[in-house]
Design a protein around this ligand. Structure first.
Ligand SMILES: Cc1ncc(C[n+]2csc(CCOP(=O)(O)OP(=O)(O)O)c2C)c(N)n1
Ligand SMILES: [Mg+2]
Length: 821
């Protein structure tokens, strides 16, 4: 059914003129007396204290990096220190306007934002809720440490020490850091205080915060998500993708009821005028004011404003106003928060890219000095109180630091004592129970023509007489995937599915055809051609308690979402020390016949990345069961699907593809044919040429081949494969991926190692040559075919059989050429 968004030529072809909303620049002018009346003196003084805590904390790190000592404490801190000295007004001002349930996603320079958000949350939470958070963390272990070594008179004081010690221990990569020492300086975070992953990939938080906002909207959560990123990140494509994704018109035009309206996400750019040494204004970017870029995104120009990041009250005022409109469904919003980093980008920065005069000019606008002066001038505090505050802050940071450097208080992660610790953090291996809830649907399932058509199909792909049924008459791999998705979508409201062309089109290759009849827009929607934002938002949605199913049209587009798949989706579970799960399923088709940029098998690339589960089913039965497992998994799973197999019917499972819901274990290879003389392990669609070859090997060469379908690449249970190789003594691993650096070669290496004594011939990996994938006419010379399998088995492994189907004069010459030598 087409959408009702007509493309009217009369509208679009008329003469017109675009206008842009005005973008306020430094409009804040509220007198301090008025702020006093509004917020009260205590809140104003707290803002100063919080800025001082941030500054002292960062100064401590700076001292360790430059001098190896802070006050009396000597310590060799080896990690990074991207400090935010000079930017405290932005961090504290934003936190003043945020509620505990608002979530921030920061950058490599986010210690200050983290501390500010934590302090603000501690200030806002009631004692029972705050106490429960401290008690719940690490089973109360960090709290006990704080009570013992950093005692405070009040719960809030204890909580502040907890916040600072948990952060500093994490920066020092200690076991009781907030992320178990797996995050470190650039990634430290603590979700119970609303501080979500900080990201060392510039701009990556934009897409993740967008997904977090999507989840908040769908869950009916009151809070907002904030991406706290730098001015340099405006040069990153994924940031623009995220801003557009957050601003898609469909939230207004197509989404309905409580889901209508823009995403509650604030893109807060901490604009310190520099990336590292590159200057955004005047050098690397085209904009003169960062806030200008909002106009490129939507007619509201993202409600963009430039505000004074040197004044926490100006920032608090702006963030509060943006927050209000986000909660009215008018998001996204953009703030250009101008501030100045007065120390180097990192501690190796020699400041060669800016002048002393510039540094001195900005020193006059130092947020702490100017704000303290304003408070004393207004009589909120006197100078003695400011000094006492400074001394108290310094004493606190000194005490926290002394504790954090002490391994008896903040223990070093003892890898020698527990060598597989990091390995165990990679996956949760947890699964949700079979979903059985009732999600809100547009129409009953039975009304879908797809469901009705499929109900008439045979579940098994072979007729009584053994003939293969056409895809019109039997359930195909495409249908089997649809059934797994359908079950999860109608029984698990937390799951949403999107990607390019996912709705009316039914997904790029029709897997979702018919789902749009049943599901409302907010559960199944068309995304822009923004692979990075698709995956990043899926990660954010999942980090916040949602479950995400996203589709990439072709495996060759993985590169467009490279960071999002390889650094974000894959890593946040381990980098959180196992406290966060990332239940994202990324479906990705592998193309055929479209040549070099649409047909490459990149399964090995995904399998290479620690933290991703990877499956590649080749039969309808396996596809349904494995996709159901992927959708049930608490871990991220990449599901590869071969376009050549979408119409494949079920040939193996005698009972056909069960109509009922079922799961198959991820990681378990499956025996597809028993044999005695050679084991052929297949990856993805190479199952079919392997089986055809096995038949011929039997008939023409009296070689009995056992064919095992890997089904999963990560994890992969070697035991059945080793058992088979011990029996046959020979192994061929067949794949359509390029051989160099491939998963097949890894399997060969491992089997050689673990079954060496049982081998009768050198194990072989046969994949595609290390060349581009040629077009349709040449594909059969590129992807391994039946004859190639026969030649390897009955030519190389059993040389006496003298197979040479390809008529090659020299195996070695071809082999070397295929290696790209
Ligand atoms: C994708 C990516 N490219 C490059 C870097 C290296 N890098 C780290 S910080 C930085 C500058 C970032 O500038 P900006 O976004 O303005 O943040 P700031 O450092 O000023 O806070 C660069 C280039 C990175 N971490 N990630
Ligand atoms: Mg910057």
């Amino acid at each position: 059914m087409p959408k009702s968004i007509p493309v009217d030529p009369d509208h679009f072809r008329r003469a017109d003129r675009l206008t842009f909303p005005e973008v306020p620049v430094h409009a804040y002018a509220r007198p301090l007396a008025e702020e006093r009346a509004r917020r009260g003196d205590k809140a104003l003084a707290e803002a100063l204290r919080h800025m001082m805590i941030v500054r002292e904390f960062e100064s401590m790190l700076s001292a360790f990096k430059s001098k190896g000592a802070y006050r009396e404490i000597a310590f060799n801190y080896k990690g990074p220190a991207h400090l935010s000295i000079g930017q405290e007004g932005a961090a504290v001002g934003a936190a003043m306007a945020l509620e505990p349930g608002d979530h921030i996603y920061g950058s490599h320079r986010s210690h200050g934002e983290f501390i500010a958000k934590g302090l603000a949350t501690i200030g806002r939470l009631k004692a029972p809720a705050l106490g429960a958070i401290l008690e719940a963390w690490q089973g109360g272990a960090l709290l006990r440490t704080v009570e013992r070594h950093l005692p405070a008179a009040t719960l809030a004081g204890t909580a502040e020490n907890f916040l600072l010690l948990g952060l500093l221990a994490e920066i020092f990569m200690r076991a009781n850091g907030f992320n178990g020492g797996m995050g470190g300086s650039m990634h430290a975070f603590f979700p119970p205080f609303g501080a979500y992953p900080n990201n060392a990939i510039v701009g990556a938080s934009a897409g993740i915060a967008t997904g977090a906002a999507l989840r908040k909207k769908l869950a009916g959560d009151d809070g907002i998500a904030v991406a706290m990123i730098g001015d340099g990140s405006t040069g990153c494509g994924p940031v623009f993708e995220a801003m557009n994704f957050a601003a898609m018109a469909q939230y207004e035009t197509l989404w309905t009821d409580a889901r209508k309206g823009g995403l509650p996400v604030l893109f807060m750019f901490n604009n310190n005028f520099y990336a590292m040494g590159g200057q955004t204004i005047g050098e690397t970017m085209g904009w003169d004011r960062l806030s200008r870029i909002g106009a490129a995104i939507n007619p509201a120009a993202m409600h963009a404003e430039t505000v004074d990041g040197c004044n926490p009250l100006a920032v608090a005022d702006a963030v509060a106003r943006k927050r209000a409109l986000l909660r009215e469904g008018r998001g996204p919003a953009l703030l250009d928060v101008e501030c100045y980093r007065s120390t180097g980008h990192s501690t190796t920065d020699a400041n060669v890219y800016r002048t002393k005069e510039e540094l001195a000019a900005w020193a006059k606008h130092d947020p702490i000095a100017t704000y303290a002066a304003a408070l004393t001038a207004e009589g909120v505090l006197d100078e003695g109180e400011v000094e006492a505050m400074r001394a108290h802050v310094a004493a606190t940071i000194a005490a926290v630091t002394a504790a954090a450097v002490d391994p008896s208080i903040a223990p070093i992660v003892d890898i020698p004592a527990d060598p597989t610790l990091i390995g165990r953090l990679m996956f949760s291996h947890a699964e949700i129970p079979a979903p059985a809830g009732e999600a809100r649907l547009n129409a009953p399932i039975e009304t879908s023509p797809r469901v009705r058509q499929d109900a008439k199909k045979a579940r098994r792909g072979l007729a009584e007489n053994g003939e293969r049924l056409s895809p019109m008459r039997a359930i195909t791999l495409r249908d089997a995937l649809f059934e797994a998705v359908l079950h999860h979508m109608v029984h698990d409201e937390r799951l949403i599915a999107y990607g390019e062309e996912c709705r009316e089109w039914g997904g790029a290759f029709g897997v979702y055809r018919g789902l749009a009849d049943i599901l409302p827009y907010e559960r199944l929607f068309n995304a822009p051609i923004s692979e990075a934002a698709i995956v990043a938002s899926a990660v954010g949605h999942a980090l916040e308690g949602g479950r995400s199913l996203v589709e990439l049209m072709y495996g060759d587009f993985l590169g467009r979402a490279g960071d999002e798949i390889f650094n974000q989706m894959a890593k946040w579970r381990a980098m959180s020390g196992g406290t966060l799960n990332v239940p994202v399923v990324l479906r990705c088709s592998i193309g055929s016949k479209y040549g070099a940029q649409h047909s490459q098998d990149w399964t090995s690339l995904a399998a290479h990345i620690p933290g991703l589960k990877v499956v590649y089913p080749a039969t309808p039965y396996d596809a349904k069961g494995l996709l159901a497992s992927a959708l049930s998994s608490e871990d991220p799973v990449v599901v590869f699907e071969s376009q050549r197999l979408y119409d494949m019917v079920e040939l193996f499972h005698d009972a056909g593809v069960p109509a009922e819901y079922y799961r198959l274990p991820i990681g378990a290879p499956d025996m597809k044919r028993e044999g005695a003389d050679v084991t052929i392990l297949t990856i993805g669609p190479s199952l079919y040429p392997a089986l055809a070859a096995a038949q011929e090997l039997e008939a023409a060469f009296a070689i009995s081949a056992e064919v095992i379908d890997a089904r999963s690449l990560v994890p992969f249970d070697y035991r059945p494969l080793l058992a088979s190789v011990r029996k046959t003594g020979r192994l061929l691993v067949l794949s359509e991926a390029c051989e160099r650096g491939g998963f097949a070669a890894t399997v060969v290496a491992n089997v050689t190692r673990f079954a060496f004594a049982d081998l009768k011939a050198a194990p072989r990996a046969l994949g595609a040559p290390n060349w581009i994938v040629p077009g349709a006419e040449m594909e059969s010379s590129y992807f391994p075919q039946v004859d190639d399998v026969i030649d390897v088995v009955a030519g190389e492994m059993f040389p006496e059989k003298r197979a040479n189907r390809r008529g090659l004069r020299s195996w070695d010459d071809l082999a070397l050429a295929r290696l790209g030598l």
